[in-house]
Design a protein around this ligand. Sequence first.
Ligand SMILES: Nc1nc2c(c(=O)[nH]1)N[C@H]1C(S)=C(S)[C@@H](COP(=O)(O)O)O[C@H]1N2
Ligand SMILES: [Mo]
Length: 313
Amino acid sequence: MLIRIRRGWELPESAATPESVVLGRRAALGGALGAGAAVAGLAGPAWAQVAAPAMRNPRFQPGREVTPERDATSYNNYYEFGTSKTVTPAANRLKVAPWTIKFDGLVAQPRELGLEDLLKQVNLEERVLRHRCVEAWAMTVPWTGFPMSELVRLAQPRPEAKFVVFETAAQRDTMPGLRQAWYPWPYSDGCSVAEARNEMAFIATGMYGKPLPPQNGAPIRALFPWKYGFKAPKSIVRVTFQAEQPVGYWEKLQASEYGFWANVNPEVAHPRWSQASERLLGSNERVPTRIYNGYGEFVAPLYANMQNERIWY
Ligand SMILES: Nc1nc2c(c(=O)[nH]1)N[C@H]1C(S)=C(S)[C@@H](COP(=O)(O)O)O[C@H]1N2
Ligand SMILES: [Mo]
């Protein structure tokens, strides 16, 4: 088992919602993994047992109801498995074991890390975060994972590295979308090293107290809760550090509509639709969109000297 260093807020008496953690753990053991198999270590890849759940970090309060799990896990964007929102049946074919992640580019030492190995070197926590797709739908999800800054620490980038690229899985035999050769596979996107070190940048390995399901980016994905969702690559296989600003999948496809920074702003419309409000998955309620998706107190300083640049889409 994993030996973890507990942080102050992880002590049981300071836990925001201890019952949800207990219930999440029970659900994961009894449901996703199967109690007997989990104990015997027979249920899927070994890392699945350490990918979720974890104690909730109370620093990030969503201010919204958590989206019902069935909605967040059945309405997805995962183009490798098709361009509809219903990709779960196709995504179930994703091969998630063994899973390794390559670290390369401007790093002290390029290397490959097995997911299990990687998870032994980080502290998992649960964060309830708002997610805002550029298409103007939104969800609020309890993710399990670890701060992206820990991934940066493990990668040991050199000082010249200014940007990070997350490349995602391209499995010819399981992903029918790859046959659509006009899309710039593999899906990838990136951020600045400063953004990757910001405390809001997160790497998720689970949701709702269970390992990530394939359609939501199993076994490991990025989350930038203050940016539009296309900046959050799923099923990451490679993390590259470089000096030049990268061009992501959507910017390659349509640079006039999707740029690099893509921070959420209700006042800057997409060229084809307004970004002023968003539809909540589950309830279908429409609510006003917030600048930086409501995370400005954490991330606005990153852009203090960039207000004349294209940081909003
Ligand atoms: N590899 C990959 N990652 C991806 C996508 C994709 O098509 N392929 N879609 C992105 C978009 S547009 C969004 S909104 C989110 C959706 O995440 P979800 O399905 O977990 O809600 O994943 C992002 N990451
Ligand atoms: Mo999206």
